[in-house]
Design a protein around this ligand. Structure first.
Ligand SMILES: Nc1ncnc2c1ncn2[C@@H]1O[C@H](COP(=O)(O)OP(=O)(O)OP(=O)(O)O)[C@@H](O)[C@H]1O
Ligand SMILES: [Mg+2]
Length: 423
């Protein structure tokens, strides 16, 4: 019913009341009575609507005319809302069911760090319980300083991996945190103990084999150099093979040395041997050493910052010396090599630049793989093992630095270690 029809209806009631009243000479009283009756009827309807709205959801009371239409519209809106809500609830339940079925732990935390929801897997991984622990502050329940400082640190760009104690068992957990909504956080927790164990076995194996091979190799190269020391007594046809054997034994020794060093860097945790390293002094020391080992090389120092960094001196030294020796090896004799220590924005750059043969861009993504060499024949001439850049990469990772490689074939290469400056 439209407003227009409603108004006509009121008007007709007043007109009829006035006409009937006029018959008895009491028009005003009858009209007032009719209006009062109408007003009373509206009050009654309003009361019914209010009672219906307050009560549990259900179909509206019977009503006609404008009231009926009003009720029907409100009822329609109500149903639409509750349908949408039911759909939303179903989606939330579906998502919770899928999270609940996951083997990885999932925890939802609100903007104040209180637990909203967690799945079954978390009960085993972090020892939490749901719904008992809902509403509790997560960092009060997880008693790991590493976990708590990561969670409160609010930099979640990299996942956290740490060792946790579950009952009497030590497990390795990997935690990733994603923000969503208004300050809420979603945590994914995975038990990576198996992967860590495999990795440990692999690196132990390499370290053990390298170690075990050193003694027989020392014996072989020892005998070879004894033979070569008295070369004039040897039949001439043995000379060349013995020289080559000695060269290759030397290469193998270098390789074992690099492999052992690599597995040592891998096994050292980030906080081992941390000290303030004076990079300027380190580069000066390296330049002096290179001048002795490669007399024809020209090593230029370009040091424009006094900054020191927290790190492991031996590791950093081995990384830069690998880069510098590469720069010398893969350049023409006498071509300059620059060692640069330079501050830029929030970073410090440790750069080794040469004007040597350069590297084809196709090789650059793979250079830091173990044993990867651009050109085998060339490298057997230079005696490389392909482990140098793998060491550099590991040292970079251990120091939270990035290794950047720029190179143009025929023009030279620049290897840069980018250290974030902290504090
Ligand atoms: N400055 C450079 N200029 C040109 N090529 C380079 C340079 N540095 C590295 N390379 C290429 O990258 C390859 C990998 O270098 P890497 O230092 O890992 O091994 P390597 O020098 O052959 O052996 P080593 O283990 O003795 O260092 C090299 O074989 C070489 O081809
Ligand atoms: Mg090298």
């Amino acid at each position: 019913m439209s407003w227009y029809a409603f108004a006509i209806k009121v008007f007709v009631v007043i007109a009829v009341a006035a006409a009937v009243g006029a018959l008895y000479g009491r028009a005003i009283e009858v009209v007032t009575l009719a209006l009062l009756a109408l007003f009373g009827f509206w009050l009654y309807q309003m009361h019914r609507v209010q009672r219906w709205l307050k009560g549990p959801e259900g179909s509206p009371p019977d009503a006609h005319g404008l009231w009926g239409e009003l009720l029907a519209r409100i009822y329609f809106q109500q149903r639409k809302n509750s349908e949408a809500q039911a759909q939303l609830q179903a989606t939330v339940e579906y998502l919770q069911d899928s999270f609940a079925a996951m083997r990885d732990g999932v925890v939802m935390v609100d903007e104040n760090g209180a637990i909203k929801w967690l799945n079954h897997a978390v009960e085993q991984l972090l020892g939490l319980r749901y719904p008992d622990d809902a509403g509790q502050t997560l960092t009060n329940l997880v008693r790991s300083p590493e976990f708590n400082s990561y969670f409160l640190g609010r930099d979640y760009s990299k996942p956290l991996q740490y060792m946790a104690l579950v009952g009497s068992k030590r497990i390795h957990l990997r935690v990733e945190i994603t923000r969503f909504g208004e300050g809420e956080r979603l945590l994914f927790i995975r038990d990576v103990s198996n992967a860590v164990r495999m990795e440990q076995m692999r690196s132990d194996f390499v370290a053990n084999v390298s170690h075990e091979l050193r003694t027989p190799l020392t014996v072989i190269s020892g005998y070879l150099s004894t033979f070569l020391d008295s070369a004039q007594e040897l039949p001439p046809r043995y000379l060349k093979p013995l020289q080559q054997m000695s060269q290759q034994a030397q290469r193998m020794e270098n390789m074992l040395k690099d492999l052992l060093w690599l597995s040592r860097i891998e096994s050292e945790t980030r906080t081992d041997h941390r000290e303030l390293v004076d990079i300027r002094g380190m580069l000066q020391e390296l330049r002096d050493e290179l001048a002795e080992a490669y007399p024809e090389s020209i090593v230029v120092l370009d040091l424009d910052t006094e900054l020191s960094i927290h790190g492991d001196y031996r590791q950093l030294y081995s990384a830069v010396s690998n880069l510098a020796i590469n720069a010398i090896k893969y350049s023409r004799p006498g071509s300059p090599v620059t060692l640069r220590w330079h501050a830029q924005d929030d970073n410090c750059l440790l750069q080794v630049q040469d004007e040597g043969i350069g590297i084809d861009p196709v090789h650059i993504p793979r250079l830091t793989e173990r044993f990867y060499r651009v050109d085998d024949s060339r490298n057997s001439a230079t005696g490389g093992t392909g482990l140098g850049l793998a060491i550099v990469k590991h040292v970079a990772v251990a120091h939270e630095a990035q290794l950047q490689i720029e190179s143009k074939p025929g023009q030279g290469s620049t290897f840069t270690l980018v250290f974030p400056t902290r504090g």
